[in-house]
Design a protein around this ligand. Sequence first.
Ligand SMILES: [Zn+2]
Ligand SMILES: [Zn+2]
Length: 466
Amino acid sequence: MNFTGRRFVPTHPNIVELDRIGDEIAELSAHLDAATARLLDLIREFDTRGGWNNGFLSCAHWLCYRVGLEMRAARERVRVARALGTLPRLAQALARGELSYSKVRALTRIATPETEERLLKVGLSGTAEHVERIVRGWRRVDRKMEVEETARRHKNRALHVYHDDDGMVIIRARLEPQSGAVLIQAIAAARAALWQRASANDAADGPAGPQSVEGSAEPRYQDGSPEAPTIEQREADALALVAETALHRGIDPGAWGERYLVVIHVDAAVLADADAPGQSVVEDGAYVPAETSQRLACDASRVVMRHDADGRITEVGARTRTIPPALRRALEHRDQGCRFPGCGRKFGQGHHIRHWAHGGPTTLSNLTMLCRRHHRAVHEEGFQVRRLPDGELCFRRPDGTPLVESPPLPPIAPDPIAVLRERNAADGIQIDAQTSKPGWLGERLDLGYAIDVLHPAATGERAMLR
Ligand SMILES: [Zn+2]
Ligand SMILES: [Zn+2]
């Protein structure tokens, strides 16, 4: 017999069994999503309370290290965890296993407390692909608004300088956020420098105080007035110092290692013995904590001054680098970035494992690269590093516990899925194979229409976003 016409695909003989597996996949995925909600709650709490802030750069770096997440995934978890803190409806839908983590991740890129409700509906009714497309379309509208906003700010930047009747100079400025941030930083740094000079001078003014060898640095606000300067006066002094410094240094930010000049005062009588007391390392500007000046001195320029018994300078040496450029290149090549466990940042400073001021040699075996954050950790926060006889580095926390490069994951129960189901059930979360099924009935997604009815810019709520 010959059959012509339509052919039907026969029903799979194991359809019942396969449907059961499919249901189990859907159900278990919903359980995992519910558990992810709990995980994100914990990450948010850990992040806000600074639980990672014991030698790690961020909560994401800690997650990479402790949980073995890849960096991008770790950053994403932290971002979603933070976002869910202000988006309770999306958080609850994830915790009930109704909305998948993929959808929540996409929706939290655009959702605000004002738009959360309608975006939750999008999440519940659409497939993950619909949600992804709506989020992309939404962001295009956002970006357009952002570009307009940035252009408006850029256009409105201005600086007005004019003279008042009494000869004072009045400055009025509107700066773009990033330029403004730089100015604020510079003024803060100048204020700190002025404060340091003032306290150095106070100390030198004492009746039996040592002679100031630099001699020239007058505090800017020792203007003879009996009262301490106000905050506004200090800010004005700091701004003047920023301007002077910029002109003096040729408006050049300079390379790392050139920014700090370390002046070492050496007692001529004890010079012969490197370990003898009497040597001191003083960072220019002085009176910073010893740990800080040692950190700055680790990788800086230095000048050696020799004193006689009366404290008079007998010899001033040439300016040299504590780590010569060729050795520094070798160090960078060997270490390839920060060596602190779990860090790996590309740029760093050379750290003397045994400080040169304590007789440590400037050799590759006594040096290691550390990023700025971790250089501070070993000098000022009590973290320790030493090199083992086999050449490996050993880092320890301030309490002495070793920091291993990659910690083992904690042991889990023999049947983690049963535990997960029990825990979700105990929390009153009811999950079955239908829990995370979208309400979509197969109609085509009209993206333009969807954005028109959803986005606040299109629905006339633009003012709400400001
Ligand atoms: Zn150091
Ligand atoms: Zn580091």
